[in-house]
Design a protein around this ligand. Structure first.
Ligand SMILES: [Zn+2]
Ligand SMILES: [Zn+2]
Length: 389
């Protein structure tokens, strides 16, 4: 089959690789009909995620058709149309049982590496490094889905892929980002990053009762999307000082909750950005925490920070004093897809949510290298690339 294989920093290639096979009774093989490039795939593309190796198949947002099942699977049959969550959960450990699927004890067979670095083992994610399991990714014609009896959601045949695909990753990530804010009626929620996760975090914040949602970015097309579809007020951080603008928009208090939908490749301004960029290049700091710093200072006293942008390692110059003295609450983590997917599918079926507005580019799988390039460089107003195998 054809698959998108990582080569080195800023280089992917579409290569011919062996088809996946059933390895365990609870496996299924899915023929992929749509797969997306996620903002967090750009961290891999850019060479920022450790333990990604040359030749690894990447990608974790996907849907398709069941073409083979293991003998332990009785809830799926050939021809079923399914969406699969990006985090892999066994369904039976204490964490999966408590709906904290991305903390699964059993899905990461290479957990020893993670245990050394993080102290514990978390769930695996498709195509997201050997640290996170080493599973083959989804930017391919076929994929092996482990624990398929608990890890897939059947979807109707008569709704286009573009409406359903994002319940695999981007929508539940945004939704969980808003849920972690414990939004109260009347709250103002500020969202850093108006990419796809940011858009769904903003929409979710309104669904959960926020009175005002503010989106922060520097790309006009993303800010326009946030205004039009997420009904957000917006800040272009290259035009105004974000902290001052937020104060002005919140009567001098700061937002009640702040969501980070950017993660480890955040861009700052001025000297601070130079510091992070340099330290990251020298590998003295793995992640650039500009958004975290800004949120800690901008948030109102007693507010909540919800971190959904991906971080992998170590950060520097964190204003912990601000966070401590202001009594901030920090909540974060990889999303628990299986917890939210049925609810989100229901919203789509009831036409309360139509996520297809985020798709700016649809390309054949063969053009993945071009897709990565324009997405990384934000060329051609690129917000979301869907690949069609
Ligand atoms: Zn993702
Ligand atoms: Zn589990």
């Amino acid at each position: 089959m054809k698959a998108v294989c990582w080569q080195s920093a800023n280089e992917v290639r579409v290569e011919t690789v062996p088809d996946p096979k059933i390895l365990n009774p609870r496996d299924a093989i899915i023929k992929i009909t749509s797969t997306a490039i996620c903002g967090s795939d750009l961290h891999i593309y850019g060479g920022y995620i450790p333990t990604v190796q040359k030749g690894d198949i990447i990608g974790h947002e996907f849907m398709g058709e069941v073409v083979e099942v293991g003998r332990g699977i009785d809830n799926l049959k050939l021809g079923d149309r399914v969406v699969v969550p990006s985090t892999i959960g066994c369904g039976h450990c204490n964490y999966c049982q408590r709906d904290m699927w991305s903390l699964c004890d059993n899905s990461n067979p290479k957990g020893w590496m993670q245990e050394k670095l993080y102290g514990n083992i978390t769930s695996a994610i498709y195509g997201y490094s050997h640290l996170l399991g080493g599973y083959a990714g989804a930017q391919a014609e076929y994929i092996r889905v482990p624990f398929a009896d608990v890890g897939v959601v059947k979807v109707p045949l008569d709704i286009p892929d573009e409406k359903l695909l994002f319940i695999s990753d981007a929508i539940p990530t945004g939704y969980m980002g808003a849920e972690l804010c414990d939004i109260q009626p009347g709250d103002t929620v500020a969202v850093w990053g108006c990419g796809v996760v940011g858009q769904f975090a903003m929409i979710s914040a309104y669904m959960m009762g926020a009175e005002k949602v503010i989106g922060i970015d520097r790309f006009p097309e993303r800010l326009a999307m946030a205004k039009k579809y997420a009904k957000a007020e917006v800040i272009n951080y290259e035009e105004v000082n974000t902290g001052e603008a937020l104060k002005e928009m919140t009567g001098g208090r700061g937002p009640d909750a702040c969501i980070d939908a950017v993660g480890l490749e955040a861009h700052g301004v001025g000297l601070e950005d130079f510091y992070d960029q340099t330290k990251q290049k020298l590998r003295l700091e793995t992640d650039r925490p500009h958004v975290l710093r800004e949120m800690m200072v901008a948030c109102r006293k007693g507010g909540t920070l919800s971190i959904m942008g991906v971080y992998g390692g170590f950060v520097d110059k964190i204003p912990l004093g601000a966070a401590f003295n202001k009594g901030l609450t920090f909540r974060m983590g990889q999303m628990h897809g299986q917890k939210y997917m049925h609810l989100l599918l229901q919203l789509i079926l009831e036409e309360k949510l139509d996520p297809s507005f985020v798709v700016t580019h649809e390309l054949p799988l063969e053009e993945a290298p071009h897709g990565y390039h324009i997405f990384q460089q934000k060329k051609d107003n690129c917000v979301k690339v869907v690949l069609k195998p």
